[in-house]
Structures are given as C-alpha cells and as structure tokens.
Write a protein that binds this ligand. Structure first.
Ligand code: SAH
Length: 232
C-alpha cells in the first residue's frame, strides 16, 4: 500500500498542486490556513486512476455513482467561509479563520473536502448517503492515515444528533432550505455554510447561531448537486 498508488503522477503532483494553490489565490481565496491545507492534501488520490492526471484542474470531476469531486475553488471558498470570523457583507474575507473543534460535513463523496477539513479542525464527521462511495472514501482516508475523520453512512438531512453540537457544519450538496435538524445541531456561536436553492438557482448561505437566533447571510451564486433524501 502506497500513497502514490497512481504511479507516475506522484512526482508531478506537487508541482501541479502548487499551481492550483496559485490559481485559488488569484481567484480570491485569502485564508492562508485553507491554502496551506489544500497544498498538502493529495487531491489526485481521491479520484480514479484515469482522472488522476486531471485532478488539479479547475473543475469538478466524476467520481462514479453520478457524483463529482467538488471544484477546488468551491472547497476552498466554503471552508474559508466556515472558518472565518469576519466575512464582510460583500462576501469578502477579512482575515484568517479560526481553528475549529468539531465539524460535520454532509456529502463526503470521495472524502476530499473532509481531508482538507481534517487539517483545520480537531474532529471531522462526514456523512454520505451512497454506501459504495463511502467505501471508496474510507479506503482513501485509511491509506492516507488521517486519524481525525469519521465517515458515516446516513442521511445528512438528519445530521448526527448524538455527536452534536458542532461548531462548524458544511454541506457539499444543495438544500432547498437549511435542514432543521442541522440548525439544531449547531453550537452556540457556530457557523453553517451550505449551497441553498433549486436547480441552477443556488447561492451560498452562511448561518451563524447566537443562542436561539440564526443570522443568515447570502453569499455568491454557486452550483452543486442536490441534497437528496434517504440513503442509497
Ligand atoms: N465532499 C465531496 C463532494 C461530494 S458531492 C468532495 O470533497 O468532493 C456531494 C455528495 O453529497 C455526493 O456524494 C452525494 O451522494 C452526497 N449527498 C447528497 N445528499 C445527501 C444526503 N442527504 N446525505 C448525505 N450525503 C448526501
């Protein structure tokens, strides 16, 4: 078992990954914690061997079962917003975010974003509804020996009540509205970031909990796969 199981690309991946980080910077990602985390996670190991040479392109790629690995920019931006204390009204980020304790991700997919989060949070729990996809993610996370990610098979609409509260919740699939159960599992002072809306009309939503109040901030337009009900 080896980290460079896609032979040949291991050597060039450091260089192409550095170029990806440069691009993210140009595209406006400012949180150096996020940039550093993404500079370390070997994205090519999260896609199939055939697509590994394209892993650092500026695009979402198919990972089977009709799903995709999220666009690098989407991952960077969502995590930046999740971490940050100061997101301005226009969506700009003022300064580096703070370290997170316990994070819930909904929609593990291949596990890439969970691996990025694992560099920035003490504990990452990620729920995926497609069992076979979760199996693949488990293998990759195990090979990379990332100790602070727990992957769970289940419906992310319900969240993980037994492990709540979470100081960060991030959705990798678009909800029509913020799931009620997840709002309840957000810690006081915690932050939830999700793509919200139907079809082509989605925007990123930042929700901050203050006691019983939930402050919502609508950020840029986005495009994600839909959050589906139940498991598969
Ligand atoms: N986090 C992934 C993105 C995966 S795409 C990455 O790093 O690239 C979004 C994922 O959300 C898909 O795998 C899809 O199966 C999953 N998903 C959709 N609805 C879900 C639900 N209700 N519960 C859990 N996972 C869900």
């Amino acid at each position: 078992m080896t980290l460079h199981r896609h032979s040949g690309i291991g050597m060039t991946s450091d260089r192409t990954r550095a170029r990806m980080i440069e691009r993210l910077r140009e595209q406006g990602i400012k949180d150096i914690g996020v940039l550093a985390a993404m500079a370390q996670v070997p994205r090519h190991l999260f896609v199939g061997e055939v697509l590994a040479p394209r892993a650092y392109e500026d695009t979402a790629l198919p990972i089977g079962f009709g799903q995709t690995i999220s666009h690098p920019y989407s991952v960077a931006r969502m995590v930046e917003v999740l971490r940050n204390g100061d997101v301005l009204r226009n969506g700009d980020v003022l300064r580096n975010g703070k370290e997170l304790q316990r994070v819930l991700e909904v929609g593990a997919g291949c596990g890439y974003q969970a691996a990025v989060l694992a560099k920035l949070a003490h504990e990452v729990y990620s729920v995926e509804r497609i069992a076979s996809l979760l199996g693949q993610a488990r293998r990759t996370i195990r090979e990379l020996r990332i100790p602070n990610i727990k992957l769970k098979h289940g419906d992310g609409n319900i969240g993980l009540a037994q492990l709540a509260p979470f100081d960060g919740i991030i959705l990798a699939a678009a909800a029509e509205r913020p799931p009620q159960a997840l709002l309840a599992q957000l810690a006081d002072g915690g932050r939830m970031v999700l793509p919200c809306g139907v079809g082509e009309s989605q925007h990123m939503l930042l929700i901050e909990r203050h006691g019983d109040a939930y402050d919502e901030q609508i950020l840029e337009m986005v495009h994600f796969v839909p959050l589906l009900p139940g498991v598969a």
